[in-house]
Design a protein around this ligand. Structure first.
Ligand code: ADP
Ligand code: MG
Length: 240
């Protein structure tokens, strides 16, 4: 599981996370919502060690992410990450893009890596795009390729940072469907999202961030149906 205690993060003098306490259990789907600049992306980067922290701790499966003795590259293999926009390697086909990390990072044979890549591309509905280059894929297909690439590392956790925000509206659904499929398969997921329908229907819990504070966390029925914080109420009335 992921255990976050008293997490504080500064960029220079600016405090971006103000003491976050959060546990994410195996199999749980957590959606993180909140206004732009509230610290949602920074939270994900602190979880996978892309950003150093100033106070508190993040422990993943018993390993302290920010301990100097931790092999962060090894730990990061457990944490698949999908960004708003993913830069795939344009000179590699979809299959080669997905097979790359299993080969380079995990040391799989070419044949094994290809098999994994094929499986994961099928998994995200791109079985017919194996030999296509990223530029020939739609935005939604490129995001599914990004998901396949993360899954090819066999992560325990998937972190999504507004995976659908850069997409044309008609392409959002196919990516959310893929995320929903992973959730149904039992993947542990933290999804920073502006898709309130997804947050409500798919997540076990929803966390609302406001100026670096996790102001509210609970089941979607509570956070959407009976928000406890005035800020949450305001935010939800603006996005709906
Ligand atoms: P969100 O994802 O909720 O929109 P972020 O986590 O990206 O918010 O940002 C939180 C705050 O931290 C914002 O005020 C943002 O400007 C600031 N910030 C984010 N990244 C950096 C950085 N690398 N350097 C300085 N400030 C940053
Ligand atoms: Mg962000």
């Amino acid at each position: 599981m992921i255990e976050i205690r008293g997490l504080e993060k500064y960029f220079g003098a600016l405090q971006v996370l103000k003491g976050i306490d959060l546990d994410v259990a195996k199999g749980e789907v957590l959606s993180v919502i909140g206004a732009s600049g509230s610290g949602k992306s920074t939270l994900l980067y602190c979880i996978n060690g892309l950003e150093p922290i100033q106070k508190g701790s993040v422990v993943v499966d018993g390993t302290d992410v920010h301990d100097k003795a931790t092999d962060i590259n090894k730990l990061r293999q457990k944490l698949g990450m999908v960004f708003q926009q993913w830069n795939s390697f344009p000179h590699l086909t979809a299959l080669e893009n997905v097979a790359l990390s299993p080969r380079i990072v995990k040391g799989k044979s070419r044949a094994d890596a290809q098999e994994i890549a094929e499986q994961q591309l099928k998994h995200v509905g791109l079985a017919d795009k194996l030999n296509v280059y990223p530029n020939a894929l739609s935005g939604g297909q490129q995001q599914r390729l990004a998901i396949a690439r993360a899954l090819a590392m066999e992560p325990t956790y998937m972190l999504f940072d507004e995976a659908t925000s850069a997409l044309d509206p008609e392409l959002v659904g196919e990516v959310l469907d893929t995320m929903r499929l992973l959730a149904e398969e039992g993947m542990t997921m933290i999804c920073v999202t502006h898709e309130m329908g997804f947050a409500r229907d798919v997540s076990d819990r929803v966390a609302y961030f406001h100026h670096g504070v996790m102001e509210e966390i609970g089941p979607p029925s509570q956070v959407f149906g009976d928000p406890q914080s005035e800020h949450t109420r305001k935010f939800l009335s603006n996005v709906r």
